[in-house]
Design a protein around this ligand. Structure first.
Ligand code: FES
Length: 125
């Protein structure tokens, strides 16, 4: 089945704990994503940082390619041209999964899992 992105559904995607699998083709990493969260939110929850800035579908910093699967948008007009949408480009910050998806062209990084080091304590001035 070809990958597809579509306009917002007539009714919102189902919510709940059922999770789909997102595969990042560039890094080979996978993470779970629920139907009621965006691909970017799910990545952050899994400790994976994807490129992003506005997180509302306008800046295009998160733009990547949907290689497989289907998504739905939480905004009516994501900041992509009709041609880009037809070519499979998506904005993960405003895209929710409708099944397992595979993304390419992402710039994923693992977030540090170490606890932050305490700041040195010194005399107050
Ligand atoms: S972070 Fe700006 S469009 Fe996704």
């Amino acid at each position: 089945m070809p990958a597809s992105a579509s306009a917002p559904p007539a009714s919102p995607p189902a919510t709940g704990e059922a999770a789909y699998t997102v595969t990042l083709e560039t890094s080979g990493w996978t993470y779970p994503a629920r139907a009621d969260e965006t691909l970017l939110q799910a990545a952050l929850r899994a400790g994976i940082r994807l490129a992003s800035s506005c997180r509302n579908g306008t800046c295009r910093a998160c733009m990547c390619h949907l290689e497989a699967g289907e998504i739905g948008y939480v905004v009516e007009r994501p900041g992509l041209s009709r041609d880009e949408i037809d070519e499979g480009w998506i904005l993960p910050c405003v895209a929710r999964p409708r099944g397992d998806v595979t993304l390419a062209g992402d710039s994923a990084e693992r977030m540090a899992t170490e606890a932050p080091r305490p700041l040195p304590v010194g005399p107050r001035r």
